[in-house]
Design a protein around this ligand. Sequence first.
Ligand SMILES: Nc1nc2c(ncn2[C@@H]2O[C@H](COP(=O)(O)OP(=O)(O)O)[C@@H](O)[C@H]2O)c(=O)[nH]1
Ligand SMILES: [Mg+2]
Length: 427
Amino acid sequence: MMQEVNQKPPRAVVVAVQLPSVSDIEFDASLTELRQLAKTLGFEVVATFTQKRPKFDPTAYLGLGKRQELHDFVQDGADLILVDHEISPSQAHNLEKEAGCEVMDRTMVILEIFHRHASSRAARAQVEIARLGYMGPRMREAAKQAGPKDRARSGTGGRSGGESHGELDRRKIRDRIAELQKELDAMHLERKTQRARRQERQGLARVALVGYTNAGKSTLMRALTGNEALVADKLFATLDTTVRALHPESVPLVLVSDTVGFIKNLPHGLVASFKSTLDEALEASLLAHVVDASDPGYERQLLVTEEVLDEIGAKAVPRLLVFNKIDRGGDEAALREKYPGCIVMSARREGDSAMLREAIRAFFQRRLVEAELFLPWSAQKLRGEIFATCEVLEERADGEGAFLRVRGEPEAVRRLREQFGQATLKR
Ligand SMILES: Nc1nc2c(ncn2[C@@H]2O[C@H](COP(=O)(O)OP(=O)(O)O)[C@@H](O)[C@H]2O)c(=O)[nH]1
Ligand SMILES: [Mg+2]
């Protein structure tokens, strides 16, 4: 949905009810996060409507007066409403009807983001299960709203007498979920293949930006990789949509990926999909863990991030701890003291991104190994691969081929050596 490329971004209105048990700080943090999630989906948030209520309105989430206000605003120009809670199918339906535009609740916004980030087969299956679980009741609601005409017709099709569209859909959804679950179980058995694929990709120097939504990952990604599309980006376009080469290009090429952000207010039912979507982080040789230093809750977020990374099996992947947004707050000296080796920076400060880029480059430089490869004239096609993955320090030629002394990522060098087999010379 909403894939309008080259068009104006859809205009979204954020709405939220503040319950008595929720503090102003919590409430604002959640709203900020939802706006950020909306931006991630390419929406422009044009307004926010909030309301204090003892409970959600059972019919349409907001109170009657607020709904009227919202309706008037939407008529003046908004394309969709984002609700900062998970609401029931009938609440969503009624709100949609009264306001006169599409409604997405928090869960749906998050599901849409996960859907875009799910790159592995397992992650796609996991996210689809969550989506079906979410869509099921909503489709039933839509069928119910379609009215008795629909139900009368339903007796005739291939269905057994009296079974409504809603019931049929429910059965289809249940079957599909069961099928996906079976696939997932089978994939767990295939772990070995996944690891092999991962290692193959690890031949490339990859750094993944991880951390909470709003920490500044995408901003840093842009700062690190520049705006022009590089040759390398086309080369690796098949890997991921969120992967780009570090700019200016270095040898070896360093690829930066922007992972799905952690969400403070993550609906419980989405935890499994979130973790599976994050598994792209496992393909990196370095995790740049971006933390919003100005967020009073940063310490807890840092711990949760580390815990989840451990759970998905990324414990062994080296970390670079990056405290961002220091221009907005946070104690630079205390952070340096408490987290030795960390980077404290602001994406808004001249030169800080360059410092981060250097730290990343230095990490990959330290890992490099040297080797000498022999490339027979008959295998010159492979030159491109050598030059793309390694720095060529020296080249000599004789009647049979070229000797190349190279420096590169351990995994890249190992793979090159394997490819050249016996032709590879001693170091
Ligand atoms: N003041 C300040 N704002 C920042 C900094 N880095 C990012 N931002 C802003 O914080 C918001 C979230 O950034 P974004 O990169 O989208 O975060 P992401 O969710 O981690 O990808 C955006 O409005 C950025 O402009 C920083 O160092 N200082
Ligand atoms: Mg982002």
